[in-house]
Design a protein around this ligand. Structure first.
Ligand SMILES: Cc1ncc(COP(=O)(O)O)c(C=O)c1O
Length: 423
């Protein structure tokens, strides 16, 4: 049985006023998981409501607080819910209407232009089911047989096994941690790249939350170009960045990066709808788009129509909700920082500049090898084990902070107790 989250009310009191509801909002949602366009009444979100909603983060390890997979507990913005509802009411379950596809790729291009100042040719954007399918496209169609895939680690968990499953050797290049900030090891990446190889750039970076500066991307582009290699730029987390950080699309850095890059993104992470299956494969080299189309573009056929509708709504009208969600995540990260200083002072944590993920180094507490299983058993909290992010990440954990301040605080309290009082 799950221990109820300790004293929800006291945590709720610590929540900024903007995150609580008006009576009107509340009555509109009573008893339902449908979210208002402002981020919801967080006092209504509990482990029980999330399990009842059938979220994998909460149902896979039902006796734990779900802090692992990158799903949010805040549902979707009402503009997205309404768009989906409207499509459901029309029973729009057929094959994708090219006009809707075009509106969505145009909305994605407009998002890139407005948010990042990058004018993409919208005719070079293709829809696919998800970002991992886009990576599959990049590797299958654009990396010669046997050429290595180079991945900075820690890495989003599927990158390494997917690249290997597609028949390519993988070279893991650890990030370096200077003054707290994680950075790419450009010399080591340079040494790993050969003609035809693919570097997977994840920016903003999962799991560390780094948002790379333009000068870092420029440095990367020099070694990629010199090697005759290519880049897959995974920008799925780009809509969610904090404070001073600014997302720079890698393909926007120069004409050279535009030509050697295949970009993928989706509204699915920031606006919380990965199950709806729609991502954007952004070509900035016209020859790549032509090659994809000539191949039959089969991957586009697995795009979900409700996902297309939802992505269009997010890019067009989702900004106000995202701003509020980002503020809530930023305050969750600040609270995590404070709580770690009190309860796990030997843990290392660099505040993320983007993403709702937190990457914690708890090696100082000499954790057991299977830290995820240990924390599920002894803290009743499910986390992502650093070992699944590449070699050398034992003793790290990734927390998904897209939950209420109360649940996050309770989870960290339990993790700290389990790490500091080993049975
Ligand atoms: C960096 C990154 N890339 C890709 C994905 C998977 O995206 P999709 O569900 O669109 O394949 C995730 C999911 O969390 C992610 O964090």
């Amino acid at each position: 049985m799950v221990t109820p989250v300790a004293d929800m009310r006291s945590f709720a009191e610590a929540v900024p006023a903007s995150y609580s509801d008006t009576d009107q909002d509340r009555s509109a949602r009573d008893g339902a998981m449908v979210r208002d366009n402002s981020v919801v009444d967080i006092t209504k979100i509990t482990p029980e409501t999330q399990r009842a909603a059938g979220l994998k983060k909460w149902t896979l390890y039902p006796d734990t607080l779900g802090m692992w997979v990158a799903e949010s507990d805040f549902g979707v913005a009402s503009v997205i819910q309404s768009a989906i509802q409207e499509a459901v009411d029309r029973q729009a379950y057929g094959y994708l209407d090219p006009a809707l596809a075009k509106e969505t790729t145009d909305a994605c291009a407009a998002w890139y232009a407005n948010q990042y100042g990058f004018a993409i040719d919208q005719d070079l954007i293709r829809l696919v089911g998800d970002v991992l399918s886009a990576l599959d496209v990049a590797i299958t169609h654009f990396v010669p047989n046997g050429a290595p895939v180079v991945i900075a680690t820690p890495a989003y968990m599927p990158f390494i096994p997917l690249s290997k499953a597609l028949g390519h050797p993988v070279i893991e290049v650890p990030l370096i941690q200077g003054d707290g900030e994680w950075a790419m090891d450009i010399d080591a990446i340079s040494a790993a790249l050969v003609p035809g190889s693919l570097f997977i750039l994840c920016n903003p970076h999962n799991p560390t939350g780094r948002v790379y500066r333009r000068d870092e991307l420029e440095e990367l582009s020099v070694v990629v170009d010199a090697a005759g290699a290519r880049v897959f730029s995974d920008e799925i987390h780009a809509p969610l960045v904090y404070g001073e950080a600014h997302h720079t699309p890698y393909a926007s850095v120069s004409e050279t990066t535009a030509l050697h890059t295949i970009t993928a993104t989706s509204a699915s992470k920031a606006w919380n709808m990965p199950g709806l299956k729609c991502a954007q494969l952004i070509f900035t080299n016209p020859a790549d788009a032509q090659a994809f189309d000539r191949s039959g573009a089969w991957e586009s056929f697995s795009t979900g129509i409700l996902g297309v509708v939802a992505n269009k709504a997010a890019y067009r009208d989702g900004q106000p909700w995202l701003t509020e969600f980002t503020e809530l995540m930023d305050s969750n990260m600040a609270a995590l920082d404070t709580q770690l200083a009190q309860l796990l002072p030997e843990a290392r944590f660099a505040r993320p500049q983007g993403t709702f993920l937190a990457w914690l180094d708890v090696r100082a507490y000499d954790p057991p090898e299977h830290i995820d299983a240990y924390l599920r058993e002894h803290a009743q909290v499910s986390v992502t084990d650093g070992r699944s992010c590449g070699r050398g990440n034992e003793g790290f954990i990734r927390l998904c902070m897209a939950t209420t301040p109360a649940i996050a605080e309770e989870a960290v309290t339990r993790i700290a107790a389990a790490l500091t009082h080993r049975p």
